[in-house]
Design a protein around this ligand. Structure first.
Ligand code: MIG
Length: 801
């Protein structure tokens, strides 16, 4: 084989195990040729594999791992057998061969989950030194692969090859690789069992899922250590949860961050921003956040304001606040070389900027012209950077910060030259090693600054680049997409993929960044975007307007309708977000996560669920009145018509431009708010529980807290579960509540959908109460005290659903 440099490849392998050392939760195998493997049980389901080629293991250090995670205190047993060692945890078996250190991982019943092909091997990096570390695995029969962050490609990664090297990819296409984010995490699914692999290596990494050889998957990096985590499911959802917990879920965002956001490159001057705000309120189109792109600054100098365009930002922010708008501003990494500019001066005086290998400060051209770039891989620099947000956040009242260009992007040459130095928190290295975590470390510093100065409010941040674990610090968007139907399709895949890669708080530029959508494309995009945790229209601004009313009627009314639906869904979205922060559960779930026993779900990519109870399938073609989609197992109500559909089959769904295919799980309790123009417009929004009748028992959750601040940490939250069931002619909704918070409202409005027979009486905690049935819709509605324990409908639960 021939390598990148055109030279003959010399690959090296482990020799024969000569020495074994064990601790309570780890085992080290050292070979005669100084190649070693350390296997460590992180939990009963997670094993870490770390290799060395020279007898010494590199320091244990990771930007990805959640610093707050608790040691699981697991035990591992090691047994020597004739030609291999056998390691066991409570749930896993791992064998390590005496010859070549190849491993095999099995579940307790002996089913192979994952096995090495050549296993660990390496090549010397002739140009830069160090090792190109490699791992190869056997592809199991019918194996599907998922994950890897923002890849704009089919959901199943099988037969493809990808790399991670964060890149500014303006106008990318299906198949462009790499993009902005570096998430070295993927999952394999075979024999109905799933596992995940997280390759914790910050150098340029590559992943091959059977492209080079159809039965072999492999991953490798241009330097550093072969160090990866094997994560057992057995369900895909469990793998994602465990990976997300390992690398750390985010905190709950302020509720307003789940509202609708409006952005453009650029809204300025001040009068344009005020007019934009008025545009929303006049037309009664809900909106919570307005964004300022780079032109708000004075000559693109970060942490400054253009004195002509924004003479009094504090007043502007205050005026917008009175109207319910929160301001988010962009901050790039490049600091303009300008001796009169305080941020530049401080950076130079304190030596905060990155240097070239031979000493001089690195200079790269971005928007402000020549710039220096903070070395965010130093604690001291991150602390300084965080402090810079005092003015924007504490003094001016800005509520959120948007980090762009942090791949890092540099004009003409793409990114920093390889020789640029980074501290890497005490283990200095070149840009080859730090490139893929630069953006994440910037987002980290930004997050800490915004959090510090927002307190007691919650911070909001968004980033374009990131490494595994970046979700702890920021939400993210998918970068510079195009106003095309292909890109609407891509946005759907990318957001689902990010979500199952630990990053749920994601969205795309609704309508497309480059070029202009027509009204139809804009509405179809919005019909997807309102189901994405991050929901923002953004455009490059060098073409027509892209506000919800820019396309005239009927599009303005349709935009209003779907943004209103987003605001109604807020309690459901927030609960789904809480599931993500507390359990690591992805908010957007591809069908493979909904039914791992149904192979038809494995390759589906248009349909997805948001949370436990909604399945959505966007329309991604012009001029259509509906589409065919696959519904996963179970019974589902069409959200628009209440028609009941049976899953595990393809169905046709009517969806003229006034509708998006959207289904509610039978048995679900879907909490909705009334429409608000912004979060907090109504001091106490009433909750309407939409209950969807089912014969089967179903549990739904509703998590509530102040939506702002940290009261929840002191117990000021309510976590409610609603269990629906039908028995002996009685349909019951049972509520359980935990947490010391209060609802703020006295009653729920309850609307029951799909009742199969007329109700004779309704009991709340044993007492008969009044109710109503609307003749044409057959919806039963009533008000019940919000602390009810049981709601029983008698005479209704007869039909088979
Ligand atoms: O070189 O700040 O992806 O969202 O509007 C372009 C201007 C820089 C790229 C971002 C885009 C943003 C734009 N930025």
């Amino acid at each position: 084989m021939v390598n990148d440099l055109g030279a003959k490849r010399e690959e090296y392998f482990a020799g024969t195990i000569r020495h074994v050392e064990t601790t309570e939760n780890s085992a080290v195998f050292m070979c005669d040729n100084r190649v070693g493997l350390k296997v460590e049980a992180i939990s009963n389901h997670i094993l870490r594999f770390k290799y060395t080629t020279d007898g010494k293991f590199s320091r244990d250090f990771s930007y990805a791992l959640n610093p707050d995670r608790q040691p699981a205190g697991v035990k591992l047993k090691v047994k020597a057998l004739p030609d291999h060692f056998r390691i066991t945890t409570k749930d896993l078996i791992c064998t390590v061969s005496n010859q070549g250190l190849t491993t095999r991982i099995l579940d307790k019943s002996g089913t192979v989950l994952n096995e090495d092909e050549k296993g660990f091997h390496w090549e010397e990096h002739k140009k830069y030194g160090g090792d190109i570390v490699k791992m190869s695995k056997v592809i199991q029969p019918n194996e599907f692969f998922y994950g890897l962050g923002d890849k704009p490609d089919n959901m199943n990664l099988r037969d493809k090859r990808f790399q991670n090297w964060g890149s500014d990819t303006y106008g990318y296409k299906k198949g462009t690789d790499p993009l902005y984010k570096n998430i070295n995490f993927f999952m394999g699914l075979h024999r109905k069992q799933a596992y995940g692999i997280f390759f914790d290596n910050t150098f340029r990494t590559s992943f091959d899922f059977g492209k080079e050889r159809s039965t072999v998957s492999s991953f490798w990096a241009q330097g550093g250590t072969m160090e990866y985590y094997f994560i057992y499911g057995p369900s895909l959802t469990q793998v994602v949860e465990k990976y997300t917990t390992l690398t750390g879920p985010p905190e709950l965002p302020p509720l307003w961050a789940l509202g609708y956001h409006q952005c453009k490159w650029s809204y300025y001057p001040e009068s344009v921003v005020k007019n934009l705000a008025k545009g929303f309120r006049d037309r009664k189109i809900p909106c919570d956040a307005l964004y300022l792109d780079i032109d708000y600054m004075d000559g693109f100098r970060c942490f400054t304001w253009s004195p002509t365009h924004f003479p009094d930002p504090k007043r502007l922010v205050q005026e917008l606040k009175e109207d319910g708008f929160k301001m988010v501003v962009i901050i790039d990494p490049g600091i303009k070389v300008d001796h009169e500019y305080p941020v530049y001066q401080e950076g130079v005086e304190n030596d905060y900027f990155c240097r070239r290998a031979d000493g001089p400060l690195y200079k790269g051209t971005v928007w402000p012209g020549l710039c220096h770039f903070p070395d965010f891989t130093r604690e001291e620099v991150r602390t300084w950077w965080a402090g810079l947000f005092k003015g924007l956040i504490a003094e001016t009242g800005v509520k959120g910060v948007w980090n762009d260009m942090n791949e890092p992007a540099v004009f003409e040459i793409g990114t920093f030259p390889n020789d640029v130095r980074h501290d890497f928190d005490g283990e200095p290295g070149s840009h080859r090693k730090a490139h893929n975590i630069y953006g994440m470390q910037m987002a980290r510093a930004t997050y800490h600054g915004v959090k510090q100065f927002s307190y007691p409010d919650r911070p909001f941040t968004i980033t374009r680049s990131g490494y595994a674990g970046v979700q702890r610090y920021a939400s993210a968007w998918t970068g510079d997409n195009i106003a095309s139907w292909d890109h609407l399709w891509l946005a759907n895949i990318q957001c689902q993929r990010l979500s199952i890669s630990g990053m749920s708080f994601v969205g795309s530029d609704i309508g497309g960044f480059i070029e202009t959508p027509d009204g139809e494309l804009y509405i179809r995009w919005l019909q997807l975007g309102i189901f994405h945790p991050f929901c923002r229209t953004h455009s490059s601004g060098d073409h027509g307007d892209q506000e919800p009313w820019s396309f005239g009627e009927p599009y303005t009314s349709l935009a209003r309708k779907f943004i209103e639906l987003r605001y109604q869904l807020l309690p459901y979205l927030y609960t789904t977000f809480w599931q993500y922060t507390s359990r690591g559960t992805p908010m957007l779930r591809p069908l493979a996560l909904l039914d791992q026993n149904d192979p038809e779900c494995y390759h589906r990519m248009a349909e997805f669920s948001l949370g436990d109870n909604l399945v959505v399938c966007p329309i991604t073609q012009p001029g259509v009145e509906g589409r065919i989609m696959y519904l996963p197992q179970g019974h589902w109500y069409n959200f628009w018509t209440d028609e009941l559909a049976l899953g595990k089959r393809e169905i046709w769904v009517d969806a003229p431009l006034t509708k998006v295919p959207m289904f509610v799980k039978a048995g679900a309790v879907l909490p909705l708010y009334p429409v608000q123009q912004y979060v907090g417009e109504l001091a106490v929004p009433e909750v309407t529980l939409h209950v969807y009748y089912s014969q089967q028992t179903c549990v739904s959750e509703l998590y509530e807290d102040g939506g702002e601040g940290y009261g929840y940490a002191e117990g000021n939250f309510l976590n409610k579960t609603f269990q629906t069931s039908a028995e002996n002619g009685v349909f019951t909704v049972a509520q359980e509540r935990t947490g010391a918070g209060t609802d703020g409202y006295q009653n729920y409005n309850v609307i029951i959908h799909g009742l199969p027979a007329p109700t004779s009486s309704v009991l709340v905690d044993g007492q008969e109460i009044e109710w109503e049935v609307t003749a044409d819709t057959n919806l039963l509605s009533l008000k019940v005290p919000s602390d009810f324990k049981t709601l029983q409908l008698q005479g209704t639960a007869t039909g088979k659903k």
